[in-house]
Design a protein around this ligand. Sequence first.
Ligand SMILES: CC(C)(COP(=O)(O)OP(=O)(O)OC[C@H]1O[C@@H](n2cnc3c(N)ncnc32)[C@H](O)[C@@H]1OP(=O)(O)O)[C@@H](O)C(=O)NCCC(=O)NCCS
Length: 211
Amino acid sequence: MQTLIENLIYRNERAGDWRVAETVTRDAFWDTYKPGCDEHYLLHEMRSSPGFVPELAYVAELGGVKDTPLAGASYCTRAAVVDGTASREVLCLGPIAVRPDLQRRGIGRALLSLTIARSRELGFAAIFLYGDPGYYSASGFLPASDFDVHPAEGGDTPAFMIHPIDPVATAALRGRFIDDPVFHFDSAEADAFDRLFPPRERHRLPGQLFG
Ligand SMILES: CC(C)(COP(=O)(O)OP(=O)(O)OC[C@H]1O[C@@H](n2cnc3c(N)ncnc32)[C@H](O)[C@@H]1OP(=O)(O)O)[C@@H](O)C(=O)NCCC(=O)NCCS
């Protein structure tokens, strides 16, 4: 890991951060999972979803930097694990993004540990996410299938993970994971939103999961 950055402040997102946080998210995800990305649009829409949890919207602010004051940001929405008629509320983490030039300096991990600690205080049973197990396992995430929780659309993947915040409540979870409807968006609307940002070329790269 490179040197830690001084003057970093972790705090809840404010309305004045919205556009910068969307830009950081766009820059972090661009060409990572597909040519271009949609996560900045997802974030934009997510804030007005009833499932959005503002207490878990965190930014990392670079103290004393005027033009691009945010180094990273992370967000959670409410989700459910459904088994027959039983439905239990859980959290879904994402997007989480760190500005490309500031990655691998511990900002992502700090945003994760803040989110986990605050989720515990707020009484959530578990946090789910889709991500790279190599990265998230170090922050206590485990395969969701070990807990008998599976993606709603079927098809278990190691990328689908759970952080069991409350082990007792988590042990009682079982079923299908239903995320916020905001995740199921129209890609044409995402493309239209992207046109509000400075134009940027999209690249098809090896290792992209989609596209
Ligand atoms: C994923 C992300 C949020 C991590 O934030 P970060 O601040 O760069 O990560 P941290 O500095 O906290 O942790 C870095 C360490 O984790 C490891 N790491 C980072 N990304 C990893 C990955 N995808 N797989 C495995 N290990 C990873 C590295 O080994 C690194 O340690 P090292 O520098 O000693 O090698 C950031 O890289 C990012 O914004 N990526 C693009 C967007 C994205 O993919 N978001 C997550 C979607 S699930």
